[in-house]
Each structure stands twice: as structure tokens, then as C-alpha cells.
Design a binder for this molecule. Structure first.
Ligand SMILES: Cc1cc2nc3c(=O)[nH]c(=O)nc-3n(C[C@H](O)[C@H](O)[C@H](O)COP(=O)(O)OP(=O)(O)OC[C@H]3O[C@@H](n4cnc5c(N)ncnc54)[C@H](O)[C@@H]3O)c2cc1C
Length: 469
């Protein structure tokens, strides 16, 4: 069903959400004028692939592009304007303002420093890296990992042969993926993390496995804060990362201490938002501003386990919410149901995955949650290559599944999807234990590790409720 016809859709941001929105809008209404304003020099690329480009697994930046810019312009009729930053939204006038004086290269159709009128607007400006306020972060050898433009600069520096040591600040998934990439590129790496453990988004027993793996490859400094980056007292221009008073020499520093929603434009225009800055949208990705939609890392989404909106900035939801925003903005019908917070990361030789709530998150949300841990094996134990797989299930004392986490050398990454599906379906641990999952010795034990954990959790329920085992 089509809604009111719009003549021009403007999209701010050419990332996963923005280009999905533009393409969906074009499919919904082939006559629509679709303009995408992207501040950087690339659009529609796999941000998640950047660490693998840095480490050399992906040879060229172009390999990360879903489609070259010309494909959007020539095949899809989308007016993609690179190097075009939007500096303001005027919802009353239905205009965005473009930054003046940005280079015209690669953007022949761009109109600079002028208002651009819209009938409908999709804001998909993503997230900004947090840069702690401290001296020295403006040095050209200090990087955040948040755009392909910046990653190209970093890889060029690596290729110059001048980088022997690097400090990565932050042991979340971006910090650890970057540390691994630098190790792959032959760099000696220190990882500095203010928290007492790595991967703050997974529970301690699972994070401890990741930590042991990280420590096999880099020097890990936990409970330690970066205080400054200095260029002074070390030889030949080498940087010094000052960590708890200790001076660590480095040819390169990466700051990966987290991200925040890049929603200043929307908030300045008056859009409703959560305290963390993520913008509130309905199921059709409409913001509180008329004919203004938002998608991707900029928005809070319904968290199906928490039962309220939450900010979970990840790639799959960015693509899907972009598609919904573009469809609805162009007059079509679509809706987004929500997320359960499913994520997976390769930490050197380990797969670490999570979905739903961790134990502390569940308890902080007021749920009477407990955790069940079970270590089984990735394949039949007699089959070569089998390795331990840790499964943690978080559930209420009555058995409602709230989340799950896995870590192991193989088999964690895709098994988490079974748990994510179970969360979408509102399963109990007993429902999970009853699933008919596949079995053959090269792929799983006869009781898959997910089933083994669910059976253990279901048995434990009797103890919680005082029943017989
Ligand atoms: C190193 C790294 C690895 C990741 N790995 C994974 C992973 O393995 N799995 C996963 O699920 N997620 C991963 N993510 C997260 C995932 O990349 C994001 O969730 C996703 O890119 C969000 O898409 P988006 O379109 O909302 O934002 P972005 O992809 O950030 O796009 C936003 C775009 O808006 C542009 N922009 C911002 N402001 C303006 C403005 N004022 N005017 C014009 N343009 C503007 C920016 O230049 C940017 O291109 C990773 C992120 C990083 C940084």
C-alpha cells in the first residue's frame, strides 16, 4: 500500500542504513528523486570489514564496497554526493543545510553551502567514536576506527614500514579486532583497558576465555587508563602513550573506547531521544519530527527481551532499519520488529558470541535472573578437531530464556543464532532443550552444546523452585 507521494527524498549518511534506505526508496517509488549526502569519500562499504582490510586479509579498500558509487548513480538513479556534509536540519522549512567549501571532487552534482529541500528525510548518520578529552590525540598517528577514509590512512602508515609498536586503547570488540589486525600486520601491540576485563558486553566466565586468548598475542593492561599521548621524550618522533604514569613507546595509537549516537543534527532539530542520544522512532522509523525518518546506529530500537527501546548499534539492524525507513519514507509499507542484541566477534583464534541479556544486564533490568554454564565440545569428542565450547544461558528462575553467550575455537558463531531465534520466540530453557537440532560427528556431539546447556538449566529450575530434580 502506498502512502502520500513524495517528490524528493534526502538521505543523510551513505553507510549501511543510508544506502539501504536510498535503494529501498528507489524500489518503492521509481519516480522519486533520491539524494544521498555522505560526508566521507566512500559509501555503501562494509565497515565491519575494516579490521580485515587493516590486517591484509582484505587486500584493497574497494573490496569492501557493496557497489561502486557509479552503480548507485547510473544503475539505480540515486544522486549519491560524496564529500557532502549536512550541517543542519530545518524541519519547518523542510530543508537540510550543506557545509560550504567542501572539495567538489567525486561529487559533480553537489550543490555546496546551500539549503537542499526535501519532502521526506532519512537521517542515518551512524555513531561517532568517543575521543576522551586528553592531550596528544590530534597527532596524525592517533586513529579511531570508524571510516574507510581513516582506515586507508592507517594502512598506508602500516605499509610505510615505520610501525613496530602500537597501543590500542579499549578492549571491546573493535579494539580487539584492531589489535588482531595489527598483529597480523607484524606489529607488536599493547592493549590498554580501563575495565578489569576484556569484552565488557559478555559475562565474566566467557570474557575470561577471550582474555586468555588475547594475552597469548598481545600485552594486555587491564584496569589501566590512557592519560595522554606525548611526542616529546622518545627517540625520532616516536609517540609515548602515558598509561597510569607509565610511558609506553608507540609508533601508532588506536583509540577504540566506544561510540555514541551521531545524532546532533536530529537533536538540534528537536527530535525526541533517549538520554544516551539515540533517537526514538516508531516501527516505521519515523522520528518525532514531521516527515523525518532515522535508521541505523542513530536510533534506539525495541529490545525484545528488555521490552523497551535500547541502543544496540550493529550492522544487521542498520541494514534492516534503513530498508524500512526508505520504504516508508517513499510512501510504502514496512515495519521493524526489534532486536535481541546478537553479536559475534573473532578474537584471534576464538569465536565469542552473545545474544539477549548478560546476567548483570538482566539483574540491572530488575529481572530475577540466574546463569547456567556448560562446557561441552564442538564436535563428537572422538572426531578430530573437536574443541571445548562454553555455553552460558541467562534465564529467570522460572526458566524464561533471557540471553546466551558462547566461546570456543569453533562452533560458537552460528550456534548463537539458535539462541537468538529462541529469544525471538519467547522460549523457556525447557523449550530450548526440546529443539530438534542437527547431529553428525564432524559438526556436533549428539547433544548439541546448546541442548546440553539447556538441559542443565532446565534441571536446575527444579532446584530454584524447590521441586524435585
Ligand atoms: C571497525 C568496526 C567493525 C564492526 N564490526 C561489526 C560486526 O562485525 N558486526 C556488526 O553487526 N556490526 C559491526 N560494526 C558496527 C556496524 O558497522 C554499524 O552498526 C553500522 O555500520 C551502522 O550503519 P549506519 O549506516 O547506521 O552508520 P555508518 O555505517 O557509520 O554510516 C553513517 C554515515 O553517515 C555519514 N555522516 C555522518 N554525519 C554526516 C553528516 N552530517 N553529513 C553527511 N554524512 C554524514 C558518515 O560519514 C558515515 O558514512 C562494526 C563497526 C566498526 C567501526
Amino acid at each position: 500500500m502506498m502512502g502520500a507521494r513524495v517528490a524528493r527524498l534526502v538521505v543523510i549518511g551513505g553507510g549501511a542504513a543510508g544506502m539501504s534506505a536510498a535503494s529501498a526508496a528507489r524500489r518503492t517509488d521509481p519516480g522519486l528523486d533520491v539524494v544521498v549526502c555522505e560526508a566521507g569519500g566512500f559509501a555503501a562499504y562494509g565497515m565491519c570489514g575494516i579490521p580485515y582490510y587493516l590486517g591484509g586479509t582484505v587486500p584493497e579498500p574497494e573490496n569492501l564496497l557493496a557497489y561502486p558509487p557509479s552503480a548507485f548513480r547510473e544503475k539505480r538513479g540515486i544522486d549519491l554526493r560524496l564529500h557532502t556534509r549536512v550541517t543542519g536540519i530545518d524541519p519547518a522549512a523542510r530543508q537540510v543545510r550543506l557545509a560550504a567549501g567542501t572539495p567538489a571532487a567525486r561529487a559533480p552534482s553537489a550543490t555546496r553551502g546551500e539549503p537542499l529541500a526535501y519532502d521526506a528525510l532519512v537521517v542515518s548518520t551512524g555513531a561517532d567514536p568517543v575521543r576522551p578529552p586528553m592531550p596528544g590525540l590530534d597527532d596524525r598517528r592517533v586513529f579511531t576506527i570508524r571510516s574507510l577514509d581513516e582506515a586507508i590512512g592507517l594502512r598506508r602508515l602500516l605499509a610505510s614500514g615505520t610501525v613496530r609498536r602500537a597501543v590500542v586503547v579499549g578492549a571491546g570488540y573493535v579494539g580487539l579486532e584492531t589489535a588482531e589486525a595489527l598483529v597480523c600486520a607484524g606489529v607488536d601491540v599493547d592493549v590498554v583497558e580501563a575495565l578489569p576485563g576484556v569484552l565488557g558486553t559478555v559475562d565474566e566466565p566467557v570474557a575470561a576465555l577471550a582474555q586468555a586468548e588475547v594475552e597469548r598475542h598481545v600485552r594486555l593492561r587491564l584496569g589501566a587508563r590512557l592519560e595522554a599521548v606525548d611526542r616529546g621524550s622518545t627517540p625520532a618522533g616516536c609517540l609515548t602513550a602515558v598509561v597510569e604514569g607509565e610511558e609506553i613507546p608507540a609508533d601508532l595509537v588506536v583509540i577504540a573506547v566506544g561510540v555514541r549516537p551521531a545524532t546532533d543534527l536530529l537533536i538540534q532539530a528537536g527530535a525526541r531521544h533517549l538520554p544516551d542520544g539515540s533517537v526514538v522512532v516508531d516501527a516505521g522509523m519515523r522520528t518525532s519530527l514531521p516527515d523525518v525518518f532515522a535508521a541505523g546506529d542513530a536510533v534506539a530500537l525495541p529490545h525484545l527481551v528488555l521490552g523497551r527501546p535500547a541502543w544496540v548499534p550493529l550492522g544487521p539492524a542498520a541494514n534492516k532499519t534503513g530498508r524500512v525507513a526508505g520504504t516508508v519514507a517513499a510512501g510504502g509499507t514496512a515495519s521493524f520488529r526489534g532486536v535481541v542484541g546478537t553479536a559475534v566477534v573473532k578474537v584471534f583464534g576464538l569465536e565469542v558470541a552473545r545474544t539477549g541479556l548478560g546476567l548483570a544486564e538482566a539483574q540491572a533490568a530488575g529481572l530475577d535472573a540466574v546463569a547456567t554454564d556448560e562446557v561441552s565440545r564442538s564436535r563428537a569428542k572422538y572426531y578430530p578437531g573437536s574443541s571445548p565450547l562454553h555455553v552460558r544461558l541467562v534465564h529467570t528462575r522460572e526458566g524464561r530464556l533471557l540471553g546466551g553467550q558462547l566461546a570456543g575455537r569453533e562452533g560458537a558463531a552460528k550456534r548463537v543464532d539458535v539462541l537468538a531465534t529462541a529469544l525471538h520466540a519467547g522460549f523457556t530453557v525447557e523449550d530450548l532443550a526440546a529443539l530438534d537440532l542437527s547431529y553428525a560427528p564432524p559438526f556436533a556431539p549428539v547433544y548439541d552444546p546448546v541442548l546440553a546447556a539447556a538441559i542443565k538449566a532446565a534441571r536446575g529450575l527444579a532446584a530454584f523452585t524447590g521441586g524435585s530434580p
